[in-house]
Design a protein around this ligand. Sequence first.
Ligand code: FEO
Length: 406
Amino acid sequence: MLQAVEIKKGVYWVGAIDWNIRDYHGYTLPGTTYNAYLVVGEKTALIDGTYPGHEWQLIERIESVMPLKKIDYIVANHVELDHSGSLPILTKKLPNIPVYMTEIAKKGMARHYDTSEWNIHTIKNLETLPLGGKTLTFLEAPFLHWPDSMFTYLGEDKILFPNDAFGQHIASSERFDDELGFDIALEHAAKFVANLIVPLSPKVLKKLGEVTDLGVPIEMIAPSHGIIWRSHAADIINAYVNWSNGVAKNKITIVYDTMHHSTEKAALYIAEGIMSRGVQVKFDLLKDGRYEGVHRSDVVRDVLDSKAVIVGSPTLEDYPLPTVAGFLYYMAGIRPGKQTQKKIGFAFGSNGGKGGAPAVITELMKKAGIQIWHEPVEFNYRPDEGEKKMFFELGQQIAEEVKKMP
Ligand code: FEO
């Protein structure tokens, strides 16, 4: 039988583990969890839920603690289906149960479900819900990461339930940071941030500032995906501040695709030049049906703490290869330039005729907020001896530039 996990006295993890999911709207993942929490005072509240199809895990874990019917309130921190997907079944099994959410979430829920029979209570910012011995406080968190989002804080136990924020997509038998290992948890959190949170960097900094101003102590962060931060709550908050500020390493990501290994050859010379100056290189051939490569959701994780991004593609009918174009549109949406500290970069590639891809790449890099450090660099067919030297020296020069950046 599935069991709840008591994370603090009277507070239980009752989520679902989705061991087999490998893609979530274009983000590759080694499984995930849909975390939900039961807070038991004199009254009981259920915070968050699961993706449709996983409700049975939630219900079975709740019933390892108490009969489902004993729940008095549901708190829905976020509309997205991976958390609200259990509401249709729960509101049917628990008719008239009050469901707490933001006003915007109420409208969003009605776009997803028939909510005509739901007993929705829309919260005001900082409204409290006393459960008797445990008190929930609701903090609106618009655009972290959807307009409807809110955080829930449990004062007596100093636990923040921030839904997606501070989450990680990982399925594991471990429920806590110190069980999984902080470095592993941090790496999964970094990928989550790189793909989902970076465009919201200014809002993250503002919200974290507001929470600090409230003066509420946070000893545990219980997000809606992945492990719970109980030993490293302060560390993950610091990491979010650094990621949102764009704090990066002396590291350069080269991302490219290649037709006949010519653009790849240029990429290799650039990488050699960078390495010769002691700067770290991530060398990402984009994933395609032709080879394993690196998925775009992993490339943006590399970009997260790189000071520079160099993008290469040969020209195919005036444009970059579709892999590179797809990556650039993805990165333009994420906009690493939203981080406080900027990133630099340039585009390069081989052509077999009039070319043009590096110029197109350059424009899309600008849309992503990358500061263009060098004009687009093109060469015909294979790089000759002079061009090999040029690419090697470009690598050296951008490495030196990166070392000067904060
Ligand atoms: Fe995990 Fe925005 O949903």
